[in-house]
Write a protein that binds this ligand. Structure first.
Ligand code: ADP
Ligand code: MG
Length: 350
């Protein structure tokens, strides 16, 4: 490395990653540095393509370099992303998923499937490889929210092929049954179905596998957590008291199952259900608050007609709320993963 490059690297090693609180050089986030005249150009490898903090990186790198190092006057940053890998998942599944995230709630109808859908499409839109398992086996809503009807996924070499919409790979019992011929299953069959969605589907490599759970603390979350290592769970709640009590139960269940709670999402905030209940719960329980989504007609319509607001109405208040939520969740996943000793950080994958 030339002298100039070394000086730039030294200066960049004072730039602190805002979430991980370590410098970007020892985190191995700086790649392909070139210095040409007064311009330093390099790539920052983020831990998620949905990183909300690019502006902070730009500002901090400019501050560290411009006028400070060997006459550097321009800083050009290119972006790349490498989602860290939850190492516990490897070896359990043929094709690795870097992370598995469960979307859960205490009460039904609070917006789990809506949150899971908008989270998945927003992450995919940011450039991540995303899968979504509809683990609400008996009441599968994911196909409708993605604009799909029944239609069997193809089977090739004994593996089901997921359907792909908005860049998200999907599997659901909704593809295998119709509302007038519902699936009727006992607990052990549910357990088998959820496991098969992981093992018998051709997912390919995924950054994020999102699992939309049925409400409550029943069989499904238990089966899931016992079958596969979960990187974290998201608790969705409405703002009102009854929903909050049930959300507390869901959070306590994940604590017992030793699954990190990534945080609480308050959905349907506004005049009708009130506002602030989810945030208060998060504060009281010392759980991160991930964000608030307003009660809005376009969210419901988006769900009914398979047009997620975070894509189709990205500039409305609700669309924006879901996009910001996705960035916050992605950043939280990175932090939780890099705090865990089971995770392969970006530097080893290279
Ligand atoms: N923020 C919101 N504003 C308006 N309607 C919403 C919102 N979130 C969800 N909905 C609607 O509420 C209903 C229940 O949401 P859903 O995601 O199916 O809940 P769950 O999966 O928790 O049972 C759906 O019709 C959905 O479109
Ligand atoms: Mg649902």
């Amino acid at each position: 490395m030339s002298n100039k490059n070394e000086h730039v690297m030294q200066a960049l090693s004072t730039v602190i990653e805002p979430e991980l609180h370590k410098d970007i050089v020892s985190l191995n986030m700086v790649k392909d540095l070139t210095v040409d005249g007064d311009t330093a150009e390099f790539t920052i490898v983020l831990t998620t393509p949905a990183c909300p903090l690019k502006d902070v990186f730009i500002e901090r790198c400019n501050d560290a370099l411009i006028g400070k190092v060997d006459g550097i006057q321009n800083v050009k940053i290119k972006w790349d992303a490498q989602v860290p890998t939850d190492n516990r998942i490897h070896g359990r599944l043929d094709v690795p998923m870097n992370s598995i995230i469960a979307v859960s709630s205490g009460k039904g109808g609070v917006g789990k499937s809506t949150v899971a859908t908008n989270l998945a499409v927003s992450l995919a839109d940011a450039g991540a490889k995303v899968g979504l398992i509809d683990a609400d086996i008996l009441n599968p809503n994911i196909p409708q929210m993605f604009g799909l009807g029944a239609g069997r996924p193809k089977v090739i070499n004994n593996k089901m092929q997921p359907l792909e919409v908005y860049g998200v790979k999907l599997i659901s019992t909704g593809f295998l049954s119709s509302p007038d011929k519902p699936m009727i299953m006992r607990g052990p069959m549910l357990h088998g179905a959820i496991r098969q969605f992981f093992t018998d589907v051709e997912w390919g490599r995924l950054d994020y596998m999102i699992v939309d759970l049925p409400p409550g603390t029943g069989d499904a979350p238990l089966s899931l957590a016992q079958s596969f290592p979960l990187t974290g769970s998201i608790i969705v709640t409405q703002p009102q008291g009854v929903a909050i009590s049930d959300a507390i139960r869901a959070a306590a269940m994940f604590d017992q199952l030793k699954v990190p709670v990534l945080g609480v999402v308050e959905n349907m905030a506004g005049d009708f259900f009130g506002s602030g209940g989810g945030e208060k719960l998060a504060q009281e329980r010392d759980i991160p608050f991930l964000g608030r989504v307003p009660l809005a007609a376009n969210v419901r319509e988006g769900g009914d007609y398979g047009r997620p607001v975070s894509i189709h109405s990205a500039d409305t208040e609700s669309g924006q709320a879901f996009r910001t939520l996705a960035e916050t969740v992605a950043a939280r996943i990175s932090v939780v993963m890099l705090q865990s000793s089971d995770v392969i950080p970006i530097d080893i994958i290279g």
